[in-house]
Design a protein around this ligand. Sequence first.
Ligand code: ZN
Length: 71
Amino acid sequence: MGHTKKVGTSGRFGVRYGRTTRKKIADIEALYRGYHKCTNCNKKRVKRIAFGIWKCYNCDLKFARKAYLFE
Ligand SMILES: [Zn+2]
């Protein structure tokens, strides 16, 4: 009985680890796919238009930032 329970626990841990990794990748994708807050007008209208280039669709300002992350 005890042995069977131990196997089940380790198996569940493996599934949880995989899910966490996938969620992190999804979070990173959402970060560069979605809109970001503009540092000029404070509106969430900044989007990546090219590699390392971001543009605010509200005030038309362009930013040169990291390829995938707007900070
Ligand atoms: Zn703006």
